[in-house]
Ligand binder design. Structure first.
Ligand SMILES: Cc1cc2nc3c(=O)[nH]c(=O)nc-3n(C[C@H](O)[C@H](O)[C@H](O)COP(=O)(O)O)c2cc1C
Length: 270
């Protein structure tokens, strides 16, 4: 399976078959998570938790006992770094046939934070169940997916632009960038809001966040996690093409649409 197929094969899995995650799968994922880095060079700590032993509850998840949780220092760019790293782990699990769901809201947060011994200055933004997907989704999961149109994404021309935000890129005109942009487009995001916007200017690929409102509270912006996810998909795509890029945070001088803020730039090598 190539990276685009892997990304397209992932969906949030909220109904599992009830089998415990095997010890071997658990170890493999934990080892992978602990060695995964991010372009922000912000370290993370990882935990494998048991719903039963740690008294966890997540109302939307059925049939899984294992949860993976990560925590990170509450410093600038922690959100993007967390999103980037956690998504790589999600995709690694997916490559092993293990289902997951990013969860930031629908959980007993206090119980999870106690289980990872969260301290001042740290944050545990999201957790995910890990397990083997059930053959059939629960009614609740089916309804939830419909409600947030989870099987759909915005079209290319609303997300991707050439030179400035005035020139949208249609899917048919994406050329060499087509698959990389398609990988970004199919990223998961909180409430499927898809905040990522990209402006391609020569070899510079600028990432921006279109803020939806209501997701940026007390200096913590959950949509920046989505931006980290989008970055991870693009970089995974580049790695597959054996292309390298320099990661910089240097806002370009271009006019921004309303509620749009700069995230980062990838400068692709020749
Ligand atoms: C940062 C983040 C937080 C999320 N929080 C929740 C959550 O609390 N509960 C939930 O059921 N799904 C949550 N999701 C899953 C999204 O709803 C889901 O990714 C999106 O609707 C797209 O569907 P898909 O993952 O099946 O492609 C979250 C996703 C992200 C990226």
């Amino acid at each position: 399976m190539n990276t685009l197929e892997l990304i397209r094969s992932r969906r949030s899995v909220r109904t599992f078959d009830g089998r415990a995650l095997s010890e071997e799968d658990r170890e493999k994922i934990l080892i992978y998570a602990r060695k995964t880095e991010n372009p922000y060079d912000i370290p993370m700590e990882w935990y494998m938790l048991s719903q039963e032993r740690h008294h966890l509850s997540t109302p939307v998840i059925v049939g899984a006992d294992t949860y993976i949780a990560g925590k990170i220092s509450r410093i600038p760019h922690a959100e993007e770094a967390f999103g980037y790293t956690f998504e790589k782990v999600v995709l690694y699990a997916q490559s092993m046939g293990i289902g997951s769901t990013w969860i930031a809201g629908t959980m007993d947060r206090g119980a999870f934070e106690r289980a990872v011994s969260l301290k001042d200055g740290e944050v545990m933004p999201c957790v995910s169940p890990l397990g083997y997907p059930a053959g059939k989704m629960s009614l609740r999961e089916t309804m939830m997916r419909k409600g947030i149109k989870a099987d759909k994404r915005l079209p290319f021309e609303q997300l991707f632009f050439k030179g400035t935000f005035a020139t949208p890129i249609a899917e048919a005109d994406a050329g060499d960038y087509h698959d990389l942009l398609e990988m970004v487009r199919w990223s998961p995001s909180a409430v499927n809001k898809q905040p990522w916007r990209i402006v391609i200017d020569g070899r510079n690929v600028h990432f921006f966040e279109k803020k939806s409102g209501g997701y940026d509270e007390n200096g913590w912006d959950i949509q920046k996690i989505d931006m980290g996810i989008a970055l991870s998909h693009f970089i995974l795509g580049l790695e597959e093409k054996q292309r390298t890029a320099e990661f910089v945070i240097e806002p370009p001088q271009i006019a921004l649409p309303q509620d749009t803020v700069y995230t980062a730039t990838l400068i692709l090598s020749e």
